[in-house]
Write a protein that binds this ligand. Structure first.
Ligand code: SAH
Length: 204
């Protein structure tokens, strides 16, 4: 079933062989509630608890491809959720730092990933709008929830030459890639429309 999913992703335009290989290897059905198990290799989003969803495999593949992760890159992920995207980044050889604001998901995913032999560098419970200044700068930053605008803190935590991929918008989002040119300048690319759950700000 995973091979079929990979073929489907290729037909939708995913060509990065490392990304496709990661998807071929990662047991997505173990990131979902068992009632969705039979559908895990369809290109669909599913509920993961706390009102959140696991992203479509195409979305995960697309963001991972755009990121151009290399081995040993320090990658910051905002929105750990089920941990599936985290697992893809780990398979690509990145040192992954991931932040989640729903405690229920943070706890469940912190237990799940090591059971599957997947070891991100750091999982944290908190507000991803702030990034992780204590671990910055990052080679790559990926946001997996829809942001009304690009958080300044995340731009500040990106290395020069680094790439930040983030869906921007309220109801629908435009996948946006920022490449940091120097201290003050970022090159911006808009890469099509997607639909994400919102990136929420903490109330306190
Ligand atoms: N990559 C995840 C996507 C989950 S959906 C997966 O495929 O499973 C997006 C996630 O972003 C949700 O878990 C949501 O709780 C989280 N999120 C939303 N706003 C956030 C914030 N400000 N900081 C950290 N995580 C946030």
């Amino acid at each position: 079933m995973r091979n079929q999913l990979v073929t489907q992703l290729q037909s939708k335009g995913i060509s990065d062989t490392a990304v496709l290989e990661a998807i071929r290897q990662i047991p997505r059905h173990l990131f979902l509630n068992s009632s969705f198990e039979d559908f895990a290799y369809q290109d669909k989003a599913f509920p993961i608890g706390a009102g959140q969803t696991i992203s479509h495999p195409y979305t995960v593949a697309f963001q991972s491809q755009v990121l151009q992760v290399q081995k040993e890159h320090k990658v910051l992920e905002i929105g750990t959720g089920s941990g599936y995207q985290t697992a893809v980044l780990c398979k690509l050889g990145a040192k992954v730092y991931s932040v989640e604001r729903q405690n229920e998901l943070f706890k469940a995913t912190s237990l799940l990933l090591p059971k599957l032999g997947i070891r991100p560098k750091h999982l944290s419970f908190g507000d991803g709008y702030k990034g992780l200044p204590q671990h910055a700068p990052f080679d790559r930053i990926i946001v997996t929830a829809g942001a009304p605008s690009i958080p300044q803190a995340l731009m500040a935590q990106l290395k020069i030459g680094g790439r930040l991929v983030i869906p921007v918008g309220e109801k629908e989002q435009v996948m946006t890639l920022l490449i940091r040119k120097n201290e003050t300048q970022f090159e911006k690319h808009e890469l099509g429309e997607f639909k994400f759950v919102p990136l929420l700000e903490n109330k306190n």
